[in-house]
Write a protein that binds this ligand. Structure first.
Ligand SMILES: [Ca+2]
Ligand SMILES: [Ca+2]
Ligand SMILES: [Ca+2]
Length: 303
């Protein structure tokens, strides 16, 4: 039976149709330089709507933003990080953590100075006071994050789909060190899209990706630099294999209103994907997925 399901999944997955992704990319040293591109991205993914803030969804149009400011202590549920009501859950790789810098910048030494002194003024928040970075002792790509979406204003409602997702990164020195990729639970279906490099200290790079052909994407893979922050790990140094380390922080995350996943064909594909690939996600995130619902604790019945 498992073999049949696997074959079915292989047959169905290529049938997903993807339009041409629309990229929004810019680099800047100041917020005012970057904001016009981000505004255009907001308007395009918002489809005539507004910033929906924490208004309960799903709504017909508009977008959502997470800027890590005024979030208090990040809520951790399972292995994930929840900005209450936002519709966004983020999962660092197990064993790593997400650090908000602003709370430790008490001496004007810059965020994350408490982790490693060479980070002095390396990372600047795009919106004050907080930005986020993965703290990880691991090797290359141990700082990756997975984002998934639920109905804003609820507590982990059904899995939702988004048609656009963008991030403001800080201190992308190398092209390809910060990327976004899109998929359904357990598997990515796009190639990684690269944030443009902005060498120096603390410069901003924005990457937004929008899809306009009705694609269903329920997860986004975020690569914020090729390694996590850690004492002794210095931005720009070579690792033991001669690879240049590029540490990157993330600030404003902007995404289209999470939508109900259309039925039936796409949901069938997603459902099969969950059957086959859900356990992979569960291992990575501690999340249990049943049908089109995921929970941090246990499987729930489909509604
Ligand atoms: Ca911020
Ligand atoms: Ca740098
Ligand atoms: Ca860097």
């Amino acid at each position: 039976m498992r073999t049949l399901i696997l074959l079915a999944a292989v047959a169905l997955l290529p049938s997903l149709a993807y339009g041409r992704p629309i990229l929004y990319q810019a680099t800047a040293t100041t917020r005012s330089e970057l904001e016009p591109v981000i505004d255009r991205f907001r308007q395009d993914i918002g489809a005539g709507g507004i910033n929906n803030g924490l208004t309960p969804g799903p709504l017909e149009s508009g977008w959502r933003e997470v800027n890590w400011d005024n979030t208090g202590t990040l809520l951790r549920d399972g292995a994930g990080i929840n900005i209450p009501g936002s519709g966004l859950l983020m999962f660092p790789i197990v064993g790593t953590r997400l650090d908000l810098g602003g709370s430790v910048d008490v001496a004007g030494l810059g965020d994350f100075y408490d982790i490693e002194q060479s980070y002095r003024l390396e990372f600047r928040p795009y919106s004050d006071p907080n930005q986020a970075a993965v703290v990880s002792q691991g090797s290359f790509d141990s700082g990756n994050l997975t984002a998934l979406f639920y109905t804003p204003g609820t507590t982990y409602d059904h899995i939702r789909s988004i048609s656009g997702f963008g991030v403001v990164f800080a201190d992308v020195d190398l092209e390809g060190a910060a990327t976004l990729e899109f998929g359904v639970h357990g598997g990515f279906n796009t190639a990684p899209f690269k944030a443009p490099a902005a060498p120096g200290n603390g410069n901003y790079s924005f990457l937004g990706v929008r899809f306009d052909a009705g694609e269903v994407f329920t997860i986004v893979g975020i690569k914020p630099g090729n390694r996590g922050l850690w004492p002794g790990v210095v931005d720009g140094m070579l690792d033991e294999f001669g690879r240049r380390i590029d540490l990157v922080s993330i600030d404003d995350v902007i995404f289209a209103e999470p939508k109900v996943i259309p039925e039936p064909s796409t949901l069938l594909t997603l459902g099969v994907g969950l059957l086959i690939l859900g356990p992979t996600l569960a291992r990575l995130t501690g999340l249990a997925c049943c049908g089109n619902r995921c929970s941090s604790r246990f499987c729930q019945k489909n509604r």
